[in-house]
Design a protein around this ligand. Structure first.
Ligand code: 5GP
Length: 210
């Protein structure tokens, strides 16, 4: 694991502006670990954090709102966005749909010093590490493999074939934990969210935003 970013920030000479990409945090982890739930909790309880809205070729699920949860686009639009270099990263997730982080929106937020959070898959996290190594990379881990399977089955949004596909991806993704700067165990959503917020440096120990 790499050094904690807080340590690096503390060692920076006073008066020197931090690298804007240090305000960027990437949250990755296996399928069904609860990345979406933790991001929703961040959205609800920490409005000072900006959540990137990905583009995806996946169809919306009931309750998902275009422009809020994702930008739902067709293949032709996604192809155009790739060709025009609009993505900071993009990947085919679970061997099926494409997902990508629109670069311009992220850069705009970072330029204003806003803490930004990307909730993306492992392949995407690796691309961001290449492009922006100063970002923070956080791995959300399940308390156990059995608990991960239980959450995936319990969610009930995928059919049997899709569940098997996602579990296969999850096995590979779990093995990548050591590549990350921080590992947060999602044993309880509010607790995991608070730990993420601490890692992002959004609040001080007294709970006051910085
Ligand atoms: P879901 O279809 O359940 O919303 O998301 C499936 C997976 O896609 C999740 O693991 C999520 O982290 C990942 N994902 C969502 N947006 C992006 C993105 O912009 N880029 C990448 N690489 N993965 C994403």
């Amino acid at each position: 694991m790499r050094d904690d970013h807080g340590t690096r920030d503390a060692s920076r000479p006073s008066g020197q502006e931090p690298d804007p990409s240090a305000r960027l945090t990437v949250l990755a982890g296996p399928t069904a670990v609860g990345k979406g739930t933790v991001s929703a909790d961040v959205r609800a309880r920490y409005p000072e954090v900006w959540l990137s809205v990905s583009a995806t070729t996946r169809r919306p699920r009931p309750g998902e709102i275009d422009g809020v949860h994702y930008h739902f686009v067709d293949d032709v639009t996604f192809d155009r966005m790739v060709a025009e270099g609009e993505f900071l990263e993009w990947a085919v997730v679970h061997g099926r749909n494409r997902y990508g982080t629109p670069r311009a929106a992220v850069m705009e937020r970072l330029a204003t010093g806003t803490p930004a959070l990307l909730e993306i898959d492992l392949a995407g996290a690796r691309q961001v590490r290449e492009a922006m190594p100063e970002a923070r990379f956080v791995f959300l881990a399940p308390p156990s493999w059995d608990e991960l399977v239980r959450r995936l089955v319990g969610r009930g949004t995928e059919d049997e074939e899709e569940r098997e596909r996602r579990l296969a991806t999850a096995r590979v993704e779990l093995a990548a934990e050591a590549e990350f700067d921080h590992v947060i165990v999602n044993d309880e959503v509010h607790r995991a969210t608070d730990e993420l917020i601490d890692v992002m440096g959004v609040r001080t120990r007294s709970g006051v935003g910085c």
